[in-house]
Design a protein around this ligand. Structure first.
Ligand SMILES: *Cc1c(COP(=O)(O)O)cnc(C)c1O
Length: 221
């Protein structure tokens, strides 16, 4: 198995015109394949599992920007806080509190995205529109303060379906929420949406960051 460099180059050139960041999702794939993409210039990599991430981060070059894109348990924040570049899946105030605490211990500000539940599937984590609006209101008014967290934007996953109209509608919903939240927080600049099967639709709906795994590394077992 090795990296699909042709897909990599094609995706990069597609994304170039829209200024979208590519996060190469390397979960379950060996460090050696990450290294292969690194050697041709890729720096942003996404992982879903804390232990796997910490092991790979130790073995690989220090200038890799590691994105944690999985569901993060509060008791595991401490293992990634010191080096993680961006945590995509923040889905509760309690988790934000924990990240803030670990940020303080590490004397840094940790970049986060709030995960929004846009799919119809019950299994996907995240805030709904009302919850995220309430949370951001509390932050705006100073009721909630996270000195060691920077909320850079929103993240979402569309339904796993062949129905691309539905996927499009979900991404557009997230884009409109992002625009709304940005009115109070203009510094937010990241909308993470789009994977191997739907990144084109996501980019057309205003995504600024796509998370692509299988097109680059092949199918996962
Ligand atoms: C695995 C995963 C991806 C990448 O999925 P592909 O379909 O392989 O591109 C993107 N985002 C999240 C949150 C994931 O868990």
């Amino acid at each position: 198995m090795s990296v699909n460099q042709i897909n990599y180059k094609n995706i990069l050139s597609e994304l170039q015109t829209t200024n979208t960041t590519l996060v190469a999702v390397s979960k379950t794939k060996p460090a050696q394949e990450i290294r292969e993409l690194y050697d041709i210039g890729q720096r942003d990599f996404g992982e879903n599992y804390v232990q796997e991430l910490t092991e790979k981060a130790e073995m690989l070059p220090k200038d890799i920007r590691w994105h944690f894109i999985g569901h993060l348990q509060r008791n595991k924040v401490k293992y990634i806080a010191s080096f993680v570049h961006l945590i995509h899946g923040v889905d509760s105030e309690k988790l934000l509190n924990e990240i803030n605490k670990e940020g303080r211990k590490n004397n840094k500000v940790i970049n986060c995205l709030l995960q929004i539940h846009i799919a119809q599937e019950e299994t996907k984590f995240g805030f709904d529109r009302q919850e995220v609006t309430d949370l951001m209101d509390k932050i705006k008014s100073g009721k909630l303060v996270f000195e060691h967290v920077k909320i850079c934007g929103l993240m979402g996953m569309a339904s796993f379906t062949e129905d691309m109209q539905k996927v499009k509608a979900e991404f557009e919903m997230l884009q409109s929420l992002f625009k709304e939240v940005k009115q109070s927080f203009p510094e937010m600049d990241t909308l993470s949406m789009g994977m191997s099967g739907d990144y084109n639709i996501a980019v057309a709906s205003g995504s600024t960051m796509v998370r692509i795994g299988s097109l680059l590394f092949g199918a996962r077992v």
